[in-house]
Design a protein around this ligand. Structure first.
Ligand code: 8YV
Length: 323
């Protein structure tokens, strides 16, 4: 990766995220890759034809406007809420992402966080590891099989979570922009209505302005009222979808029973108050982080970039960029 315009072959590509080691060698062998650096951007901007980004990257209109030759933004991730798609389209550039290949992993992690919070697996591990077992058993945990799961966002990953929940004999309900009559699960018109009938509320809706702080104090209060045991919140979507301050208040005040969180408002910073709570299980945005899935994502992101820069249709443009 170079910071200046170099005399290497291949189209010039701006990497706004550090490319994964699964991808970097191929990217560097095929393209003239530049790290995003405000000090050198102006010099290379006219030549940049492609952008490589991750699911967490920000590509605002201000950046896109500086790149007159931009043809494609390839996101290695399914979420593209940080990309100004309208500005890309206005520039004539396509935005691509990596859907489907990560459905299994993210759904697996959602189930893992449900089990981890309900059965207190991290605390159980510590109980053994730190030598507390001889002093006595752990407090009893909470049963997951047969409980009610409410899924916020029934897209591809939401449906994969629902399928897995059926294996645990769970009752599945969901909320989404609209009901999906072809699917057998109960639709509720709002997150609050869903939370009120859920033991586990699983958030797997896209981030962005449309879902900003969708899970607020009202939804959390409804989740707390769903049973005498109170509900548990799981977030494997984006930190922006949950009002994190309201969540911390709800956890501290015992409004809800617990939370399993893979995403946060200001990653990689996680508030100390959240980290101090024993009833939460925290993971560092690892929804798609297996070697197998990251390889598939890397391959798809590479193909999209290569096809786009060869003037061919990309494999997986985002819905707004499909012809
Ligand atoms: C990754 C993600 O964090 O797919 C997404 O939207 O958030 C993740 O899978 C990331 O984009 C990997 O590059």
């Amino acid at each position: 990766m170079s910071h200046v315009s170099a005399a290497r072959p291949g189209p010039h590509v701006l990497a706004v995220a550090k490319p994964s080691p699964l991808l970097a060698p191929r990217l560097n062998a095929t393209f003239n890759v530049h790290a995003l650096d405000p000090a050198t951007l102006a010099a290379i901007a006219p030549q940049i034809r492609g952008i490589f980004a991750s699911g967490e990257s920000k590509v605002p209109a201000e950046l896109i406007k500086q790149l007159p030759a931009l043809e494609i933004i390839s996101v290695m991730g399914v979420g593209y809420d940080g990309i100004d798609v309208a500005a890309a389209k206005a520039r004539g550039a396509v935005v691509t992402h990596t859907p489907d290949v990560l459905n299994d992993d993210v759904a697996d992690l959602a189930i893992g966080l449900m089990l981890s919070t309900a059965r207190q697996l991290p605390a159980a591990d510590r109980h053994v590891r730190e030598g507390h077992w001889p002093q006595g058993p752990m407090p009893l945990a909470r049963k997951m099989s047969g409980a009610r799961v409410g899924i916020v966002g029934l897209g591809r990953i939401g449906q994969a979570i629902a399928q897995r929940a059926l294996g645990f004999n769970m009752t599945v309900a969901y909320t989404a922009r609209s009901a999906k009559p072809a699917l057998p699960w109960t639709y509720l018109p709002s997150a609050a209505a869903l939370a009120a009938v859920s033991d586990f509320l699983v958030v797997i809706t896209p981030g962005g302005a449309g879902t900003l702080k969708l899970i607020d104090a009202e939804v959390l209060a409804a989740l707390g009222s769903s049973s005498p045991q109170k509900g548990i919140l799981i977030n494997v979507a984006r930190g922006s979808v949950v009002d994190e301050a309201a969540l911390i208040d709800a956890l501290e005040q015992g409004v809800i029973a617990g939370a399993g969180l893979d995403v946060f408002e200001n990653e990689p910073q996680v508030p100390e108050r959240l980290r101090a709570l024993p009833q939460v299980v925290l993971t560092p945005h690892i929804g798609s982080a297996t070697a197998q899935t990251r390889q598939a994502m890397a391959d798809l992101a590479f193909d999209n970039l290569q096809l786009g820069l060869a003037g061919q249709p990309a494999r997986t443009p985002v819905p707004e960029c499909r012809l």
